[in-house]
Design a protein around this ligand. Structure first.
Ligand SMILES: Nc1ncnc2c1ncn2[C@@H]1O[C@H](COP(=O)(O)OP(=O)(O)OP(=O)(O)O)[C@@H](O)[C@H]1O
Length: 770
């Protein structure tokens, strides 16, 4: 038998043993889980039997509450354990299928021999719970698997650095408990496992990469030091993948103190959110709070304004002309995203410390209860050294006192009597019952009709005043919009700002806020009313961070003051107007305290595709393609819209004969996507048109605007209408590049008329013309 076969046999015997242990453990777990489940059902059934309910006097009520609480805690503790057992069961099931993917033999200095360390998605102890059969990929010792080739190696533990030598490094593909592939890696890693994975077809759901994490990516995943970790990585370099595995790593490494509730991920759009949502559950971890910056902004401001979203701004930009209105807006976007603009707001807010904040009348039933001028006078009578938000809180308390006084006089008014008359029977009865109960508790007697009336009147007033009190609590008595408008009225005096300020004021009048104004307004609002920072969040992940303006990033830093931040992006994929020529949070030198990691190796696309796409951008020659063969990208020129559509149709048909899972036709705008989708729908049963609200997509044909394709990937991409008139502007280069880099295996570029100037510097030998 060849030594290779021998190796395989020995390893398979070990796999069999491990699978056996897993099955044993599953059996035990199943038994305890069944018992626990039975327990839970019993507790639920007999819940009230074990609770002493006695409401006779206040002491009894407290005792009853305590007894209820105890019983509920007992139940939820059981349920939690049951939940954990189900999780473990699922992990064991995954391990049974594929127990591990790696092995290193490590000889610690001073030890007589090397110990084999097997690495999988979760740890597993042997039958006696003494030795590790599998180490979790996140365990300190496992870091060597990712960081070293055979030779000297070390890893960090709580007690210091352990040094030694790796004498063997082996990769496995195990499916269904059977070894399908086994590769020993030498000093130079010819990563066969990675080769294998990258060659496979795409999926509408992101995959985990734990078995093939690369050294550079591992630095991102296990980084513990930095307050701000900035990753600049070329398209397809595994930034998002690294971010997701980093979340899993942190949850494991700090499992005593960190849960998924302490983390948030900002994604570029809802589609992306669902694209990555399967990674953590696959790794046995819970998903964190996933949102988009737009979602956050809309939630905060949607009740006050119709806030434009970033995609609308993008559509405007893509179709913008040379008119002066468009030019002004372009200029406004650049200015309003800058930190200099934030400083202007700060300066204005400073002036508001002494004068200028507008307030609203506090009104009740159509009448002014407290005049806005009185509120303003009160506010500015407070000590000027107290911050504006704190003075707002004091004003709130003052207003509540006033409301209390109103409450005392209002109940005698006629409307209250009328409302009691109109009370429907249910309400009346409910009030009456409550009254009876109050009587019981207080021992009071309400024998006469008047006393009952008084009690009901007070209730009516209290109920009616509740919404007003709630509004006051939210500081609705501050007229933020008007105060903000004044800011622009002042700016208008500056000739440089006049046109922009005028246009903004007009929008504010219409209750409209453009995307470039949203952060500025939100920031202004917070400076006036104060916002409680989200201190429970300890890790913030910002994907596609190049799309955030310096102002937006500064806002997020204020919102999450206790958090470490991981920013992932690619300067060449900055597609938003504010970011194309200005610095972004991932540009060099933007965040002084940041640690930067640069990823230059691209994994997504075949070598010919990377060779092609890297010529589209400045400095692209430094991108290192992962060696994976494939067809050269193809350029197709047509002479009419109709022909372009027909050729696209033919291409799609042809691509699906090649067993691709996902084929995307990437258009420039949503309007174009709609038209292409309508055309293709005449010939295909299932065409998925992706819009800004789309949350998921399935395998098959996808038509998508380029700016929504950020972060995701497809087996084959057809870049639609890459004509010289359609992708004409230099400012669209990044969008063009982003679209092309979505392709994993095949890329086609189709145009109507001449080729886009953005392709002019691409070497003709690196693509086919068909
Ligand atoms: N170490 C790895 N092992 C296996 N696959 C990897 C690895 N790193 C990246 N990939 C694969 O490469 C592709 C691109 O990864 P990912 O989407 O994380 O890159 P990205 O840098 O976020 O890309 P972009 O900026 O272009 O959106 C994915 O299919 C991912 O699974």
């Amino acid at each position: 038998m060849s030594s290779e076969n021998e190796q395989r046999l020995t390893e398979q015997t070990r796999v069999d043993r491990v699978v056996n242990t897993i099955e044993q453990k599953q059996k035990v777990l199943k038994e305890t889980s069944t018992e626990l489940k039975k327990d839970i059902i019993d507790v639920r059934k007999s819940f009230w039997d074990d609770v002493t309910v006695n409401l006779d006097d206040p002491d009894d009520v407290i005792e009853t509450q305590a007894s209820l609480k105890q019983q509920a805690e007992f139940l939820s503790e059981r349920e939690r354990s049951h939940g954990q057992q189900s999780e473990r069961m699922k992990t064991l099931e995954d391990l049974r299928d594929s127990p591990y993917f790696g092995r290193i033999d490590f000889q610690e200095n001073g030890e007589p021999q090397a110990e084999p360390i097997y690495i999988g998605i979760s740890s597993l102890m042997d039958e006696n719970d003494e030795d590790f059969l599998i180490y979790d990929w996140r365990a300190p010792i496992s870091s060597m698997y990712y960081n070293y080739s055979p030779g000297p190696a070390e890893y960090e533990t709580m007690d210091g650095t352990i040094e030694g030598e790796i004498t063997l490094k082996r990769q496995f593909i195990i499916r269904n408990g059977q070894i399908k592939g086994l590769f020993n890696t030498g000093v130079t890693i010819g990563d066969k496992l990675l080769q294998n994975l990258l060659g496979s077809e795409s999926s509408p759901q992101m995959r985990t990469i734990v078995s093939t994490i690369q050294k550079e990516q591992n630095k991102i995943i296990r980084n513990e030091r930095s307050r701000y970790l900035v990753v600049q990585g070329v398209a397809g370099s595994g930034k998002t993948s690294a971010a997701m595995q980093r979340v899993a790593y942190l949850l494991y490494a700090h499992r005593e103190s960190l849960t998924s509730e302490n983390m948030v991920l900002f994604s570029p759009n809802p589609l992306f959110n669902s694209y990555v949502a399967t990674v953590l559950p696959e790794l046995g971890e819970e998903n964190m709070w996933q949102t988009t910056y737009n979602e956050y902004v809309q939630k905060e401001l949607g009740a006050t304004f119709r806030v434009e979203d970033p995609f609308e701004q993008m559509e405007w930009f893509l179709e913008a002309s040379e008119t002066s209105a468009d030019q002004y807006r372009n200029e406004a976007v650049q200015r309003k995203s800058s930190l200099a603009f934030k400083d202007l707001i700060d300066k204005y807010v400073k002036s508001l410390e002494t004068d200028g904040i507008h307030f609203q009348n506090v009104r009740f039933r159509g009448e002014t209860l407290i005049d806005k001028n009185d509120i303003q006078t009160y506010f500015y009578s407070l000590d000027g050294s107290i911050s504006i938000p704190n003075r707002m809180d004091l004003t709130y308390e003052w207003l509540m006192q006033k409301i209390k006084a109103v409450q005392r006089t209002e109940w005698e008014k006629l409307w209250v009597e009328e409302e009691i008359q109109l009370m429907d029977k249910e309400d009346y009865l409910e009030g009456f019952r409550k009254l009876e109960k109050d009587k019981e508790f207080s021992g009071a007697t309400f024998d006469d009709f008047d006393r009952e009336r008084e009690w009901l009147s007070k209730r009516v007033v209290k109920k009616r005043l509740l919404p007003l009190k709630q509004k006051i609590k939210k500081l609705a008595f501050v007229n933020v919009v008007k105060t903000y408008r004044d800011f622009y009225t002042e700016l208008k005096n500056d000739p440089d700002w006049e046109a922009i300020a005028e246009a903004t004021i007009e929008n504010i009048h219409k209750k409209k806020l453009l995307w470039e104004d949203a952060t500025a307004y939100l920031y202004f609002l917070d400076r006036l009313k104060g916002r409680r920072p989200l201190t429970h969040i300890r890790h913030v992940f910002i994907d596609e961070a190049q799309d955030y303006s310096p102002f937006q990033f500064a806002y997020l830093k204020d919102l999450f003051p206790q958090a470490k931040m991981t920013l992932l992006g690619d300067v060449h994929q900055s597609i938003y107007l504010h970011a194309i020529t200005n610095p972004t949070p991932i540009s060099e030198g933007q965040e002084e305290k940041a640690e930067r990691i640069t990823l230059m190796r691209s994994y997504r696309s075949t070598q010919p595709i990377v060779t092609f796409t890297s010529q589209l951008i400045e400095g692209g020659e430094e991108i290192i393609p992962f060696t994976r063969d494939g067809e050269k990208p193809a350029y197709i020129e047509t002479s009419s819209q109709q022909e372009m559509q027909k050729r696209t149709l033919k291409l799609v048909k042809n691509l699906f004969t090649k067993q691709h899972e996902t084929v995307a036709v990437i258009c420039k705008t949503s309007r174009e996507s709609e038209a292409v989708s309508a055309y293709l729908s005449e010939h295909f049963e299932y065409v998925q048109l992706i819009g800004k609200e789309t949350h998921t997509y399935k395998k098959g044909l996808v038509v998508i605007p380029a700016y929504l394709a950020k972060g995701i990937e497809f087996d084959a991409v057809i870049l639609y209408n890459a004509s010289h008139t359609h992708y004409a502007k230099e400012s669209e280069r990044n969008l063009f590049y982003t679209a092309c880099t979505r392709a994993m295996h095949e890329l086609y570029i189709i145009s109507n008329g001449g080729m886009s100037p953005l392709m002019k510097r691409v070497d003709r030998n690196t693509y086919e013309t068909i």
